[in-house]
Design a protein around this ligand. Sequence first.
Ligand code: HEM
Length: 371
Amino acid sequence: RGTPVSRQEDGSYVVSTYREIVALLHDPRVSSDRRNLAHPPAAAEGLPAAFIGLDPPEHDRLRRLTMRHFGPPHAPGKVDGMRAELLEIITGLIDGIADRKRADIVDDIAYPFPVTVICRLLGVPREDEPRFHVWAEEIVETLGPGEGDMAERARRRQAAVLALGRYLGELAEAHRRDPGDDLLSGLVTDDGPDGPMSATEVITTAAMLLVAGHETTVNLVTNGMLTMLRNPWLLERLRKEPDLVVHTVEELLRFEPPVQFLPQRVALDDITVAGVTIPKGSSIVLALASGSRDPAHVQDPDRFNPDRAYNQHLGFGGGVHHCFGAPLARLEAQIALGELARRLVNPRLVADPPAYRPSSTLRGPRHLDIE
Ligand code: HEM
């Protein structure tokens, strides 16, 4: 077992063991609101934080409100009701590459699939999807440390956030005047005990869902395809036992998680973890990927094994911020990987390892060419 808590040169604390991460995810002295940092970042992000960056009670009110409208029309919260629609979308995408000698799993399948789904859920017109692609990519690739000058990255990020915010503000206004049965219409017309959302809250919530819906599931599907291509036994088994895809997706979330760590937490008080005191106002980084491979928690952690009887991973975080989209992301990945395994005939990886995205927080190949 490694060192559970280590102090970095920049003064932040990285926590990398399962038990300690879970304890901090559930600790009310740990905030998700960056304004509580001893030295809050000077560069404005462009928009106020969405509920992923807020603490209770504001967080809870906005999350509840959003949950009430999330899911298939007339059955919010019940994403299983979207199974047929998801299957239809993935079938169309796989049909598009069926006769080609070469395809890119990222650009042809894993990216357009969740983008189409989240745009339909939110009520974004199809012709506007390419614009989102550009903004969402820019927002995620400039998140946290990475390639290039920090100030330039912050400037690019802010420009993309503001452009997305402006667009969503106009779209929300159009849905207020003429509501449909989509999420955005639900948010702008809700007059229940938690509503209504302010215009800014609608924009930040919708922007968060769009970015989350664009940039995470793509990596789960791509990491899953890469794992199948590297392990032909897995591809074979998924063809013979289609239900194995459920446990395969859970094991991917543990073994190859799209979200490697949560860089956003702040200590509201002095907090002692595994003998180390994290001072009030410090930044805490929760290394989810490392926690999911903690040998004190998982047997044989560095082996991909979809037959684990017990698989309690940190792929979706935990506590009050546990991934809001987890049921949708699971269903999307199960349907996409199940159909890819069933329909692709002898797929072969063109380059191994493929080129990865520049982000250090979100992990997945930028392209995954197969022939
Ligand atoms: C939160 C992972 C897909 C919406 C989170 C968190 C993780 C995560 C680790 C915790 C963040 C934190 O504690 O600070 C993933 C992964 C996905 C995925 C691995 C795909 C494989 C989605 C999708 C949506 C979504 C498809 C929306 C449609 C959210 C939201 C939060 C969240 C809104 C914030 C929840 C809160 O603060 O209460 N996700 N996510 N996620 N996720 Fe996901």
